[in-house]
Design a protein around this ligand. Structure first.
Ligand code: FAD
Ligand code: NAP
Ligand code: SF4
Length: 676
């Protein structure tokens, strides 16, 4: 390509590894999708990875495949032990190679993070996020685990993988040997740092010896453990250099152990928040170095590479969100990229609830063989009423297939509730979804009618072949004495800034919106998700890397809330249980650090000039607040359907408001439009 015409010249510079060349600087980082665990899902994996290779990524790393029986439930064996698996994995590698991509398989040893009783680790120390205490690995077992990495790599070679990634970070087995936190051994595998890094070096050198020189070995190096007792920067560098000498072709950056209580990939984390870590090691490590975490646009990726922070960028979730991210960037069509908003709702949260991953903004991810967006044989005239996530997904999908689509919204802009979500500090990424949909509406010629409240009568008079009702929700108004008091506000008026909010506030309802409203009201000034140094201070991370693992001995510096805020719920349990599995803890910790008071077991009695009167665990209390903000859930808004004398489809909140989120709204809109 002609680099002078492309705004991302560094991103599209080939990378010469000596024995092979990567066509650009994008690595699709490893993501466990859940497909790895489903017997016979090779066709699905081939379709998933093949589509991403077609989308232009240079090198893909698969989700982690278990290295050993100690990572798997009793009775299960790692796949490399079954020779029949070679042909099945050749389907995956063929699908990638057909599109001029390369693919490495990640070999993962879970160590003490394994989710069953038969687990091993360097020492019998339970992780704070695991149920079981691991057995201390015997020397014989350690030898067998090294051999497992070798045998697995040879399996990968047979299956035509271009290489392997050896997972040495995130607090898994290899990482557990490296740090004093988890390695208390006194034999040759523990004690001195030289002894503790013996395991990764033995694995890499023996794998290299077995596979020869023309095979990629990526070593995922934990550059910032973010846990007490983790590695120092000097130790990380020593290991990085030694791993290259042992035969690694590329070093990939790992940030944070799974048990670290610091967010590293959630939407609150600034874009490219951790590339400064990779940058500190890059020049001293003799192999190309990859950086990662919250890189989600080509502009950001280009900036990282031109700054010299790394030789390649790893993007994982952004390629779930848009398989054609790289091709669009290469064609200078970044505005057409469906951006990952780092919500974790359909990817990581699914994995933690034993479901196959997908993507909130792209429900086709990991469902490529089943959810097809095919051209229509007969064009229809379709009305979509409501331009929130459900209506937008339905409109653009139907139009992409070739239908003639008209979108109506009562508001003067598209987006529905995403226009509220995007105003929450730490949720600025939601702007990108609206930018993307605006682009798609224009690309597929959807007729857009804003500031148009549609009635049943309008639709009855129209000649649409199909009517999609995506009118969303109305906030629930709870039956509390004094609900009409002047101090009572709706979350909509608060978040849009229409209402003036006092210094002392009670929030009724602690679901997603109650938490977000507390977040909104507890911030003063710029959000730390827009400012890397401020974010590092807020979470107590040493950007000089003098502190062991980046955190030891560090104090977090939190800007307190400018308001006194009480967040209330009726349920007796702790607040935030309904939030996302992998992000709820971040919201909770963040608000507690800001001094938000969380009250469960509330019974609301009355709202009057004195404030909110309630019983907290049956004890009467009065919260002397200036305002009471109602975030008590939502109900479907579908009055439009009363008197509608034509068939219609209900999607999103208009269909079911309970437990509604944008994941369901977009999925439902897309699936309806794929069939209509
Ligand atoms: P809506 O987004 O409510 O859209 C309905 C649209 O219909 C509106 O634009 C409305 O103007 C229009 N409309 C209504 N009646 C008519 C009519 N008669 N004629 C024309 N137009 C009409 N979800 C998540 O998954 N993750 C999050 O992190 C998240 N954060 C949130 C934060 C906040 C502060 C809020 C308020 C919501 C958040 N949500 C989040 C929820 C998410 O936004 C909703 O689930 C989603 O917007 C529902 O989509 P929808 O299309 O069904 O309805
Ligand atoms: P929600 O999650 O259902 O929470 C509603 C809250 O109001 C609960 O705390 C509920 O708990 C309380 N409540 C319900 N009825 C009440 C009543 N009659 N009187 C007083 N309190 C009452 O709904 P939401 O917060 O409005 O969020 C709507 C949807 O948007 C959610 O389903 C969520 O998935 C989505 N969302 C997601 C995120 C995210 O980060 N993923 C963020 C925002 C919104 P008690 O009954 O215990 O009081
Ligand atoms: Fe990104 Fe959310 Fe999609 Fe996961 S579900 S890939 S975090 S947009």
């Amino acid at each position: 390509m002609n680099f002078s015409n492309n705004p991302y010249p560094r991103l599209f510079e080939p990378l010469d590894l000596g024995f092979t060349t990567l066509k650009n600087r994008v690595l699709m980082g490893s993501m466990h999708t859940g497909l790895e665990d489903i017997p016979g899902s090779h066709e699905r994996m081939a379709a998933f990875y093949g589509e991403r290779a077609r989308g232009g990524v240079a090198l893909i790393v698969t989700g982690g495949f278990m290295a050993s029986q100690y990572c798997l439930p009793p009775g299960e064996q790692p796949l490399y032990k079954d020779p029949a698996q070679v042909a099945k994995h050749q389907l995956i590698t063929k699908a990638v190679h057909e599109h001029d991509g390369k693919i490495c398989l990640q070999i993962l040893h879970t160590g003490r993070y394994a989710r069953h009783e038969n687990l091993i680790a360097p020492s019998p120390i339970k992780s704070p996020i695991s149920r079981y205490v691991p057995n201390e690995a015997t020397e014989e077992q350690i030898e067998a685990e090294i051999q497992a990495f070798v045998d697995f790599s040879l399996f990968c070679k047979q299956a035509n993988y271009d290489g392997v990634e050896i997972m040495g970070s995130e607090g898994y087995f290899i990482n557990e040997f490296i740090t004093e936190r988890t390695n208390k051994r006194t034999d040759k595998w523990g004690g001195s740092y030289e002894n503790r890094i013996r395991l990764p070096l033995e694995i890499v050198s023996r794998v290299r010896e077995a596979v020869g020189q023309d095979f990629i070995i990526i070593y995922r190096l934990s550059m910032l453990d973010l846990v007490e007792g983790g590695s120092t920067a000097e130790e990380v560098l020593q290991l990085g250099q030694a791993v290259c000498e042992a035969g690694a072709s590329i070093i990939n950056t790992g940030i944070g152990w799974h048990e670290a209580t610091i967010p590293t990939i959630a939407t609150k984390v600034p874009r490219a928040a951790f590339t400064w870590v990779t940058a500190q090691f890059r020049d001293k490590i003799p192999a190309p170095v990859i950086t990662s975490n919250r890189i989600n646009t080509p502009e950001v990726a280009e900036k990282i590479l031109s700054r010299g922070d790394a030789d390649m960028v790893s993007m994982a979730r952004p390629l779930l969100a848009d398989a054609f991210f790289v091709a669009k960037a290469e064609a200078d069509r970044a505005d057409a990229i469906n951006t990952c908003i780092a919500c974790n709702q359909a990817c990581l949260d699914h994995i933690f609830s034993a479901q196959v991953s997908s993507c909130l903004v792209n429900p086709r991810a990991c469902h490529e063989t089943e959810l097809q967006i095919s051209p229509v044989t007969k064009e229809k005239k379709i009305a979509v009423v409501g331009g929130g996530p459900a209506g937008l997904a339905a409109a653009v999908t139907a139009a992409e297939r070739g239908h003639s689509v008209t979108l109506f919204d009562a508001d003067n802009k598209i987006g529905g509730q995403f226009n509220l979500a995007k105003r929450i500090p730490g949720k600025e990424e939601f702007y990108e979804t609206l930018r993307y949909y605006q682009h798609q509406l224009e690309q597929f010629d959807v007729a857009i009618n804003l500031a148009t409240r549609v009635s049943a009568e309008d639709l009855n008079k129209s000649d649409f072949d199909e009517i999609v009702v995506a009118t969303g929700i109305k906030p629930r108004v709870p039956d509390i004495d004094g609900i009409d008091h002047k101090s009572v506000l709706s979350y909509v008026d608060v978040i849009t800034g229409k209402a003036t909010v006092g210094d002392r506030v009670a929030i009724i309802g602690a679901g997603g919106i109650g938490f977000d409203t507390a977040e909104y009201l507890s911030h003063a000034g710029e959000s730390t998700s827009q400012n890397i140094p401020a974010f590092m201070k807020e979470w107590g991370i040493d950007m000089e890397l003098n502190a062991r693992a980046g955190v030891e001995g560090m104090e977090a510096e939190v800007v307190p809330s400018p308001r006194t805020i009480f967040l209330c719920q009726r349920k007796p349990e702790g607040l935030g249980k309904t939030l996302g599995k992998t992000t709820g803890w971040i919201h909770r910790i963040g608000l507690v650090k800001k001094g938000i008071k969380m009250l469960s077991g509330c019974q609301y009695v009355r709202i009057d000039d004195a404030g909110l009167h309630l019983l907290v665990n049956n004890e009467p209390r009065t919260l002397a607040v200036d305002n009471v903000v109602i975030c008590a859930g939502q109900e479907p808004l579908r009055e439009l359907t009363e008197g509608l004398n034509k068939p219609f489809h209900l999607i999103g909140g208009a269909d079911i408001a309970a437990e509604l989120d944008a994941k369901r709204a977009i999925d439902q809109g897309t699936r309806l439009a794929a069939e209509v």
